[in-house]
Design a protein around this ligand. Structure first.
Ligand code: SAM
Ligand code: SF4
Length: 458
């Protein structure tokens, strides 16, 4: 690894390693949380996280495999940073996370500048893998585990906002959605010991954080059962919310087949559990939902939305939609648009179907919707969602929201930015308030993405 040298007591030159580690994170919130675990493991081994890639002796790219374009972006990034290694061959470059798991040794064949390949369950091995790379041995560890949750590791927060944080409560996924690579790259579902979750959240609160988002691929299936003690997700949520009323709690992602009325009732009765549910629909067509192996029908999905509206009337709902899944017809696509319109989603993540090697869809179905049709359908989905998002914001005008301040607005230091319980971004004049504080904001105007208002003193 790169470094300066000095003379030791025998008069020999000894290299002082550059122990700065730069971690670049791609993909979902889970990867953000994982990078913080990696930072903690490496700090324990004498490394120091840095913000500037040019100061690093160890560069780790935490990767995403969910769609092909996510991987292509990472290949481009690796190419772009190869000049650092050409300038200083002592630098160690590691590819970690989902793409590392999916491609394994192939990464080393594709990119000769990569020294380390580590899957999501092998982060504890990173200090050893780096040591191997320092002595000139390229290192790969992509073993998946049935137990690893990194429960005992206190993540080092790499974000700089100091107000909101992610807390991983489980890993892996047992649902085999036909399009999805997650179960293959992140392994079987396992829940994390609730005692360690509560400890982590308490520590966050005590160091000034005011919002946590509990993360899992399907949080509704969180379950802990050991030594006669059992707890479900609703129970865990309640315990986290009980840490302090000044702490907001969010969670992601819920699965339409598993989200129960009990959970909705828990959300409804606790003021500090945010009134926002991310409930990916993926499609509005029963034929496509079956092919996707989502294990719910359009009617079941609608039933869950109806239950949310009834039990938590002020709740916002967001979703994920996929355009152009295998065999999708114009009629199937129209069913998706109709479902979106019916649900009136407040927000959505929208994607073109991307075939992932090894998944059930890649093995059994043909990726037969032409690219230009996928693009057309995605554009229609996006246009509809823009309209729905605008309606959702307009319905908020004239209301007062409790907003947690996250920092200055991107455009001006005279304005602050935060989110309300429904996860909508709210911008307002800063006055003398600062991040981490709660304020009541009267919503005066909006765009389809943002509410603008003024602070109301109560
Ligand atoms: N576990 C969550 C769930 O079930 O909704 C999220 C999983 S994934 C990280 C986030 C989203 O990516 C999915 O909800 C889906 O819409 C999208 N996605 C996953 N695989 C995809 C693929 N092969 N092509 C396009 N979109 C995909
Ligand atoms: Fe992928 Fe489905 Fe698991 Fe979500 S629930 S991670 S979409 S397999």
């Amino acid at each position: 690894m790169s470094g300066e040298w000095l003379l030791n007591c025998n008069g020999d030159r000894e290299v002082i390693m550059n122990r700065n580690v730069y971690i670049e994170t791609y993909g979902c919130q889970m990867n953000v949380a994982d990078s913080e675990v990696v930072a903690s493991i490496l700090t324990g081994a004498g490394f120091r996280p840095v913000d500037n890639i040019n100061n690093a002796g160890l560069i780790l790219i935490n990767t995403c495999s969910i769609r092909e374009n996510a991987e292509q972006r990472i290949w481009r990034r690796l190419k772009a940073i190869s000049h650092l290694k050409k300038k200083n061959s002592g630098i160690v470059i590691g590819l970690i996370g989902c793409m590392a798991e999916r491609l394994k040794e192939k990464v080393l064949e594709e990119d000769h500048f990569v020294d380390i390949v580590a899957g999501p369950d092998s982060y504890r091995e990173l200090p050893l893998l780096v040591a191997g790379a320092e002595s000139g041995h390229k290192a790969v560890n992509v073993l998946l585990s049935r137990e690893e949750t990194y429960a005992d590791i206190s993540p080092i927060r790499l974000d700089k906002n100091g107000v909101t944080s992610f807390v991983s409560i489980m890993r892996g996924c047992n649902n085999m959605c036909a399009y999805c690579v997650v179960p293959y790259v992140r392994g079987r579902e396992r829940s994390r010991d609730p005692v360690t979750i509560l400890k982590e959240v308490e520590e966050l609160f005590n160091s000034g954080y005011r919002e946590v988002t509990l993360l899992g691929q399907n949080v509704d299936s969180y379950r802990w059962n050991k030594n006669g003690y059992g707890i479900t997700f609703a129970g865990l949520l309640e315990k986290v919310a009980g840490i302090n009323p000044q702490l907001r709690v969010r969670f992601s992602t819920s699965h339409p087949k598993d989200i129960s009325d009990d959970l909705l009732k828990t959300i409804a009765v606790h003021e500090n559990i945010c009134k926002h549910i991310h409930l990916p629909a993926q499609s509005g067509s029963n034929r496509i939902l079956t092919l996707m192996n989502r294990e719910y029908t359009r009617e079941c999905y609608m039933d869950r939305i109806t239950a949310i509206r009834k039990i938590i009337p002020e709740c916002s709902v967001s979703t994920d939609m996929i355009a152009g899944f295998c065999t999708e017809t114009e009629e199937d696509h129209k069913s998706s648009l109709e479902l979106m319109e019916w649900a009136g989603f407040d927000f959505a993540y929208m994607f073109k179907y991307s075939e992932r090697p090894g998944t059930r869809a890649a093995r059994k179905n043909s990726d037969d919707v032409p690219e230009e049709i996928k693009t057309k359908r995605l554009n229609e989905i996006i246009a509809l969602q823009n309209k729905l998002s605008a309606v959702s914001k307009k319905n908020d005008l004239g209301k007062v929201f409790k907003v947690l301040i996250e920092g200055y607005s991107k455009r001006s230091m005279e304005y602050l930015s935060g989110r309300n319980s429904q996860n909508k971004v709210v911008i307002f004049p800063a006055e003398s308030y600062k991040k981490g504080e709660y304020v009541s904001v009267y919503a005066e105007r909006c765009t389809s993405a943002t509410l603008f208002g003024k602070i109301i003193k109560q």
